[in-house]
Ligand binder design. Sequence first.
Ligand SMILES: CC(=O)SCCNC(=O)CCNC(=O)[C@H](O)C(C)(C)COP(=O)(O)OP(=O)(O)OC[C@H]1O[C@@H](n2cnc3c(N)ncnc32)[C@H](O)[C@@H]1OP(=O)(O)O
Ligand SMILES: N[C@@H](CCO)C(=O)O
Length: 523
Amino acid sequence: MNIPKPIINILRGLPRAARSSKPRIRTDALQPWAARHSVHSNSRLSAQAAAVYATEPSIPDVPQSSNPQLAFPCLDNVEERTQKLSRRSMSGPEPSYTSGKHNTFRSHEPILLDWGGVLPRFDIAYETWGALNADKSNAVLLHTGLSASSHAHSTPDNPKPGWWEKFIGPGAPLDTNKYFVICTNVLGGCYGSTGPASLDPTSQQPYATSFPILTMHDMVRAQFRLLDYLSVNKLYASVGCSMGGMQSLAAGVIDSSRVGRIVSVSGCARSHPYSIAMRHTQRQVLMSDPNWANTRGNYYNSLPPHQGMKLAREIATVTYRSGPEWEKRFGRQRADPNRPPALCPDFLIETYLDHAGEKWCLEYDANSLLYVSKAMDLFDLGAQLQTATTERRRQNADKLQTSQTAPHESCSLVLPEKPYEEQDSSENIMASDQPSLAHLDSASEDLVQGMAALRDTPTLVVGVASDILFPAFQQREIAETLRKAGNRVVTHVEFGEDRSLFGHDTFLLDLDGVGGEIKKFLG
Ligand SMILES: CC(=O)SCCNC(=O)CCNC(=O)[C@H](O)C(C)(C)COP(=O)(O)OP(=O)(O)OC[C@H]1O[C@@H](n2cnc3c(N)ncnc32)[C@H](O)[C@@H]1OP(=O)(O)O
Ligand SMILES: N[C@@H](CCO)C(=O)O
C-alpha cells in the first residue's frame, strides 16, 4: 500500500515529540518511572524513549501498572507546535495570514453592518481573470465558501493554483474568453480583507473580538462597493458555492437590478438548524482552546488557538464529505495494521481528519472562522427577517455619521424569561406524509415573499444528494420558492449518489458535473 506522506508524519510523531520535550525531562524521576512503564522488551530504556515517557505532563507518579503506558504522539505534536510558536512569538509578531499577491480595494467610507456595527473603513482583497468589455457587461462575481481566499485561479503575480483552478480559464465553466471574473476575500475573512485580525483604526490594535457581528448581506454590500469602484453597474452573473451560494442569492435580493443571473451551488436560502448545530460545535471547540478562552479571542500578540482550530477543522471536514465516500476510500483500514491500536489517530479516516486539521490550523484566523461561520448561521432570506433588519439599519443609520457604536450594546446574551416551548411535537413530525418540508409551510411563505425580488432573474440551483451540510432539500427549497414567487427561469439540478459521493465538497471536485452545468447555464 502506498502510504500518504501525512500518515508517515503522524506515525513518526513519537520521536519528534521526544526531541521537542527534551527541556522538560525530569531526570530525577526518570529511572524509577521508566522501570515501571517500560514498553520495550529490554529493561533499559534508551535516553530518547525514556524522555518521551518521563515527560508526559499528565502522568502521575502512580504505583506500578499492570500494562505499559500508551504513547500519545498526537498530543506530543500539539505541544511541539506550541513550543515552535512560542519561540516565534518571542522573536516578533505573528505573520499575517495570506494566500499571496492580490489587489486591494480600500473603502474610505464607513460601512454600517446589519447588527449595528460600523467599520470606519475597510479593505477588500480581490483578484480578476479575463478582460472587462467596453460596456462593462461581462463581469462575473464569484463568491467563495467559508475558508477560501480571492485566489480562485493562478495569476501572473501568483502562479500558485487557486481553489477553483480548473473551473476558470479560457473555455472553462467561467470562461475567461467571455467573462471578466472577479473573486474577493469576504469581509470578516483573513486573506487581505478587513476582518478580526485587522487593525482597528481607532485603537490601532487588532479588532479581535471587538469586531462587530456581520452577515452575508454585509459581505455582499462590501463587494458592491468594489463593483462601484470597478464601474461595474450590473453583473453578468453572481456565482457561488456553499457560503458563496448564499451570497450569490443575497446579491440579487439586495439589488436585483445589479445581477443578471444567479448560480447557487450547494447553498441555501436560510440556514438549517442542523447546519447551525454543526458550526456551533466547531465554534465551541475552538473557543475552548485556552489560547482563545483565556484571552477571549485577543490572542494576536500571543499564541493562536491552533489546537482548537485543528479540531474545528476536523469536525468541519466530517461535514464536508460523506460516509459512503469514506467507505469506498478508506473503509476500515488502519494506517499501520502492524502496530497495536492507539488512542491517537489510527484508522485511515482518523489520520485523514488529523491531517486536514494539521494543515489548516495555522492557515486561517480563528476569529475569522467564528465570525464568518456565525454569519452563515444568521442567513435567512425570509421577508420577516429582512424587514426587521431594514428597520434596525434605519435606527442605526446615524452611526455612520459618528462612526461610534455604544460598547457591547447588543453583545450580551439574555435568555428570555419565558422558558422555551416546543413548537411542534415529534409525533406530528413523524406522522407527516412529507417530513422534509410539509411542516415548514408558513416559513416557506415568508421565504417566497423574501425572495420575490428574484422573480425575473434566471437562476441555476445545484444540489448534491450526499451533502449533509447543505442537504439537497435546501436547494429544492430555493428552486421551489423561486418558482412560487413567479420565477419561470429556474434551473434546478440535483446530483444523486450515483454521480457524486463527495458530499458538500462536490463543488470543489466535480469539474464535469458542477462545472458542466454552470457552463451550460451561463451560455
Ligand atoms: C469555495 C471555497 O471556498 S472552498 C476553498 C477550498 N478549500 C480548500 O482548498 C481547503 C483545503 N483543501 C481541502 O479541503 C481538500 O484538499 C480538498 C477539498 C480541496 C480536496 O480534498 P481531498 O479530495 O481529500 O484531497 P486529497 O486526496 O488531495 O487529500 C487531501 C490531503 O489528505 C492527505 N491524505 C489522504 N488520505 C489520507 C489519510 N488516510 N491520512 C492522512 N492524510 C491523508 C493527502 O495526502 C492530501 O495531503 P496534502 O493536501 O498535504 O497533499
Ligand atoms: N471545503 C470548503 C467547504 C466550505 O465551503 C472550505 O474549506 O471552505
